[in-house]
Design a binder for this molecule. Structure first.
Ligand code: CTP
Length: 392
């Protein structure tokens, strides 16, 4: 395992040396980036000696031109300890004005921050809002502790103990390996069912949940195929993307890509019906009412359920009432291993905002995944599914 350790300018910078030493003794390879302020508290030589590797201090003095990209590509996890209020604010705003902030902005690996600062700085609304914003974007925060501060008084803001920081790294390592070598297929987004060249029946799905799951599964080492419907959201890097528009196209693609996968997760909001007839030319208004007859679409997930083999099959249930009863019926009818239920009344659950999920499996298996942003829910869902896969 390989860690990118960022060290910021705070009195707790010296504690980063102890963390580096612990990790080296456990066989972890560490690349250290120090900010300019960090070097006022502790010398790069300390980390170079502990890690037996060069220490990076600037975007400009490395032998290569873009060290920030290489460093995050080679690492499994990025850890910043201590993370100062200034660094946290810069990350929240997306500022990349030195090597450490540039590397973290470019990172597609798990990012862990261990803040340490004066208690008033930590409790200030700006710092708290920045930490919440970063958490919502998938950063893990190892909260500081109450204790003796550099100001010679007790307060909240002392760097978390090395044990808690190393525990957070261990969890990130375990997650990173959890889908290594697995083939994962994910369906995402709405379908569009046209009734003339410019009009279609669709729904409010954006594909955000499936995109978050694809990103998280790739982070955990899986080879991911994302079957993605019409959306303006960008698919994550590092996954194979197959685009579809109609339910029939999705069905054909899913039977080709998802059969035989180790894990398939169906988040797509598939239209249950399509217009029975689609006009080749744009329908002209005549002042009369328009009647469109609809015919049923294939149930993609049910088709995958019939060809399940060893695939662990997870569905999503979009419900507006009696959620868990309806979802359990779908779990059984479609031969699923688990189903995640969300409430979609009034378009809740659609879009890039927060969602709330409950995972159901077997006769009465049930786990609340809570209310959170979709990146966090994707991680919780894959944690839970990973456990079920290991038990099945
Ligand atoms: N699904 C599918 N193909 C369909 C309809 C749904 O693959 N034609 C999948 C969805 O991707 C989801 C699960 O089935 O994983 C449940 O979808 P949902 O819309 O909640 O339920 P339906 O089966 O369509 O039933 P209903 O609309 O009656 O609630």
């Amino acid at each position: 395992m390989r860690v990118l350790l960022g060290v910021c300018g705070g009195i707790a910078a010296y504690k980063a040396a102890a963390i580096a030493s612990t990790l080296v003794q456990r066989g972890v390879t560490i690349d250290v980036i120090m900010t300019a302020a960090a070097q006022r508290f502790i010398a790069p030589l300390t980390f170079a000696s502990l890690t037996a590797r060069p220490v990076y201090t600037s975007l400009w003095d490395a032998p290569e031109r873009i060290p920030h990209i290489r460093l995050v590509r080679e690492a499994d996890v990025a850890l910043v300890a201590p993370a100062t209020a200034n660094l946290i604010a810069k990350l929240a705003a997306g500022i990349a004005d030195d090597l450490l902030t540039s590397a973290l902005l470019a990172a597609r690996i798990p990012r862990i921050l261990a803040p340490a600062m004066n208690d008033a700085m930590y409790e200030d609304g700006a710092t708290q809002a920045n930490l919440r914003a970063l958490q919502a974007r998938g950063y893990e925060i190892v909260d500081p502790e109450r204790g003796f501060l550099a100001e010679r008084e007790s307060g909240m803001g002392r760097l978390a103990s090395p044990e808690r920081i190393v525990d957070a790294l261990d969890r990130a390592f375990a997650r990173r390996r959890s889908l290594q070598g697995k083939r994962v297929a994910i369906t995402a987004g709405p379908t569009r069912e046209p009734f003339d060249p410019v009009r279609f029946a669709s729904n409010a799905s954006t594909g955000a949940t499936g995109i978050a799951l694809a990103r998280e599964a790739a982070l955990r080492g899986a080879a991911v195929t994302l079957l993605l419907g019409p959306t303006l959201l960008e698919p994550p890097a590092g996954v194979d993307v197959v685009r579809f528009s109609t339910a029939q196209e999705l069905c054909a693609a899913a039977l080709q890509c998802a059969v035989g996968a180790d894990l398939t997760i169906a988040t797509a909001a598939v239209a249950d019906w399509r217009p029975a007839h689609a006009s080749d030319s744009k329908l002209k208004k005549s002042g009369d009412a328009l009647t469109v007859a609809f015919e049923p679409n294939p149930d993609v997930l049910a088709a995958l359920g019939e060809r399940k083999g060893n695939t662990f099959l997870v569905g999503f249930a979009a419900e507006t009432e009696d959620h868990e009863r309806h979802a359990r019926a779908k779990l059984r009818a479609k031969h699923l291993d688990a189903i995640a239920v969300n409430d979609v009344a009034g378009e809740r659950g659609f879009g890039t905002g927060e969602n709330e999920l409950v995972l159901l499996w077997g006769e009465d298996g049930r786990r609340e995944l809570g209310r959170a942003d979709k990146a966090t829910l994707a991680a919780r869902l894959l944690d839970a599914v990973g456990e079920l896969m290991r038990c099945s």
